[in-house]
Design a binder for this molecule. Structure first.
Ligand code: NDP
Length: 282
């Protein structure tokens, strides 16, 4: 029976440590600040933004909210971002996705300064991650790495399989595992014989968006299983991993909810504090 990796508890530890660092920054005259831009009335986005602002309060980060209705134009969003780029008291800028229909995320996001891109989505930050340089790393895979580290298992030389190759989860996840010397395989919707590949994984990360698709017979005995998926169904919220069966096979497993989700926000706080430290050291 697998040990449950408690993302809520680990996120709380990360935030407690950040709170101390924020107090030290404030003593030196720097108040870390995160600007959050929300456009439209997507209920899930509203909840995510509310949770991010709540976490800022917990850690002592100042949050600035910019809310627009779905009739907002790309130009209005870009002007807001550019004003925030110029504001020396703002450390991080986050645009909650998805944007309302008809607005190009790429066109809008590219205006966020690389130095304030605390989501780690910009081509410069993704490029720096690929090159192994210091950068803002995407929050969800960073959080997954912390959860894997919490097991105490050495990643070096392990077979890691990532299911999913999105720009915000799967690809950066694979790069982060590679940077820690795992042997990494990335699977996607065109992958043949998925189960044969996943069964070889010492570390298995599922970031697909398909309700409980990873079953026990796809998992190696003793594997670490990290479930990024968040699938809202009529029965409730489920991950990409069939937790009930897989927990009998894995050595460690993350639950949904209470696994990766809380870590994503904690890593956003970490990136904002990192940016504030950069401001202090300029
Ligand atoms: P995307 O839809 O962008 O990517 C899904 C990936 O899964 C794609 O690479 C796709 O392949 C692959 N895929 C789809 N079907 C299959 C299949 N049958 N077999 C193997 N691979 C498949 O999703 P995201 O990466 O943005 O998110 C993934 C999940 O993680 C979602 O449930 C999302 O809600 C959740 N999420 C959770 C977060 C958290 O904080 N907990 C944060 C971000 C996401 P292809 O590229 O070929 O299309």
């Amino acid at each position: 029976m697998a040990k449950i990796i408690d993302g809520k508890q680990i996120a709380a530890q990360v935030k407690a440590q950040l709170k101390t660092e924020v107090e030290q920054l404030k003593e030196k005259g720097v108040v870390p600040a995160l600007a959050v831009i929300l456009a439209g009335d997507n209920p899930a986005s509203q909840i995510y933004v509310k949770n991010k602002i709540k976490s800022c309060e917990e850690v002592g980060i100042k949050s600035l909210s910019f809310t627009f209705d779905s009739s907002v134009t790309e130009q209005q969003l870009i002007e807001t971002i550019e004003a925030l780029n110029d504001d020396k008291t703002v450390d991080g800028i986050l645009v909650q996705l998805p944007l309302p229909k008809g607005l190009s995320e790429e066109k809008v996001l590219k205006h966020i300064s690389d130095l304030k891109d605390v989501d780690g989505f910009s081509p410069a930050n993704v490029g720096a991650l690929t090159l192994g340089r210091d950068c803002f790393k995407a929050c969800t895979p960073s959080g997954c790495m912390k959860l894997i580290h919490s097991t105490g298992v050495d990643i070096k030389g392990k077979n890691a399989v990532v299911i999913g190759r999105s720009n915000i989860v799967g690809k950066p996840m694979a790069l982060m595992l590679l940077a820690e010397d795992a042997t990494v395989t990335v699977c996607h919707s065109k992958t043949e014989n998925l189960a044969e590949i996943t069964k070889k994984a010492d570390i298995l990360v599922a970031a697909v968006g398909r309700d409980r698709m990873v079953k026990a017979d796809m998992v190696k005995q003793g594997a670490i299983v990290i479930d990024v998926g968040m699938n809202r169904t009529s029965e409730g919220l489920f991950g990409d991993v069939d937790f009930e069966s897989v927990k009998e096979v894995a050595s460690y497993i993350t639950p949904v909810p209470g696994g990766v989700g809380p870590m994503t926000i904690a890593m956003l706080m970490e990136n904002t504090v990192k940016s504030a430290k950069n401001r202090l050291n300029k």
